[in-house]
Design a protein around this ligand. Structure first.
Ligand code: ADE
Length: 227
């Protein structure tokens, strides 16, 4: 998979892909993440990418032409499955969408800034709009990092234990069960006996019940989609 991320501050995105699981996924060649500075496609000496809104009002608007030039340069090289604009008024990003995107070959993530992009970008140049939650970030970069992270870890081979993504919270609309590690007892707080029993069938059943109970307690809304 290849993910191209277009931003006015691409340096914001260098760190998330330089550590841990995402770094290893890139090193193993399972994913390629390419950052693009929109200013490279801007106008004049200042490489301008934004301008005042028609009709007045506060804030600047990202111009369509630099975005179109950048997208055209990328699309001339390969086909893209989705061109996703990160915006708080987009479709809510979920584990289901992460699963769906992890099966794609080429994705573009376009990060918004200022007051957002000229509406014609949304009408004509992108295929999808995504929000990571009902709050406003100062730019789409952190949202793009969230989407890319959630997608990349689902690509087969990225997680060392192939099954571990399958047991994540939300993967089957249930929250994950509690986990424990050594020591068996700490300050009198004990690990549940069953996990030390070696009885794998009973452990699986316990985990399933815990998942169900945890979901009932913390996120009863998820159970509506489960049954
Ligand atoms: N840009 C600013 N806020 C955002 C959000 N919540 N989701 C996606 N992109 C954003």
């Amino acid at each position: 998979m290849r993910i191209d991320i277009i931003s006015v501050v691409p340096s914001l995105l260098e760190s998330p892909f330089s550590h841990s699981i995402l770094k290893r996924a890139i090193q193993k060649g399972l994913v390629e993440v390419v950052l693009h500075n929109l200013h490279d496609y801007g106008f004049g000496g200042y490489k301008q990418v934004d301008d005042y809104p028609f009709g007045g009002g506060a804030g600047m608007v990202m111009m369509i032409e630099p975005i179109d030039r950048c997208l055209s340069a990328l699309k001339a090289e390969r086909n893209y499955d989705e061109i996703i604009y990160l915006t708080p008024d987009g479709e809510r990003f979920t584990q289901k969408i992460a699963n769906e995107l992890s099966l794609k070959n080429n994705l573009i993530l376009l990060c918004g800034h200022y007051k957002g992009v000229d509406e014609r970008v949304r009408e004509h140049l992108i295929t999808r709009e995504m929000s990571i939650g009902d709050y406003v970030l100062s730019g789409g970069e952190l949202a793009a990092a969230v989407v890319a992270d959630a997608v990349i870890r689902l690509i087969p081979g990225v997680l060392s234990d192939e099954t571990s993504a399958l047991t994540d919270s939300f993967q089957d609309n249930l929250l994950a069960p509690p986990v424990y590690t050594r020591p068996e007892e700490y300050k009198g707080w004990k690990v549940p006996e069953i996990l030390l029993s070696g009885n794998h069938k009973a452990i699986e059943e316990w985990r399933w019940e815990q998942s169900l109970e945890r979901t009932r307690q913390k996120r009863p809304d998820l159970l509506k989609n489960f049954w």
